[in-house]
Ligand binder design. Sequence first.
Ligand code: GRF
Length: 235
Amino acid sequence: MPALWDGSNRVRESDWNERVSKVKRLTILISGNGSNLEALIEACGTHRLQAEVGLVISSKAAVFGLERARRHGIPAKVLSWSEHRACGGSRSTYDQQLARCVAASQPDLIVLAGWLRILTRFFLDRFPGKVVNLHPALPGAFPGLHAIERAYTAWREGTIRETGAMVHWVPDEGVDTGPVLRVVRVPFREGETLEGLTERMHAAEHGLLVPAIAAALAGEAGSLGPSAAEARAAH
Ligand code: GRF
């Protein structure tokens, strides 16, 4: 069981499924391997989550996450950012197209699970209070890409002793700065390699994601911890 974010408005774990009155529909956005998608599909299948995955959208073609969706009989769609850009499209037109696809799936919650793009207001304004993101760092630390690698380097340089992962709401275009639903802490281990850390981080994320999504579905507001609030103010 991951450590839980000690913020306000928390929903007790035992209350999750009671608070979620009907099966909710998740739309999951991915860009790669999809191991976090798999964790959510499994949790839905075993009823740890009172939810179903209605649609998976990938920003990249031919990634393994699409194959995972297909194996589970879940509709999966590619909306290739590189193709969109090659055809003269912009971030805003991409996000408008993405929003149309997502809206058609009628989601209760949109989960960014390894989605490697910053969503603009052209997407977010259509889904207020419905988007959550998984980020492999602690609140306020290492926003953006390559967070695991950057944390590892910082540890090797002696500036940090732990990293972690979080699931947070995405209310605006801020990068990994929204109200935090759940956090898992991952202390570094003496002598570990980047590969070893990456493996432990992924396992921690898989454990974190299910309770965090349950909390989001139960309507938990999340909280801005001190470091996340600072990062947000600086943005
Ligand atoms: C995860 O570490 C996630 O936090 C990051 O990208 C990775 C995606 O992994 N944004 P997967 O595609 O779910 O296996």
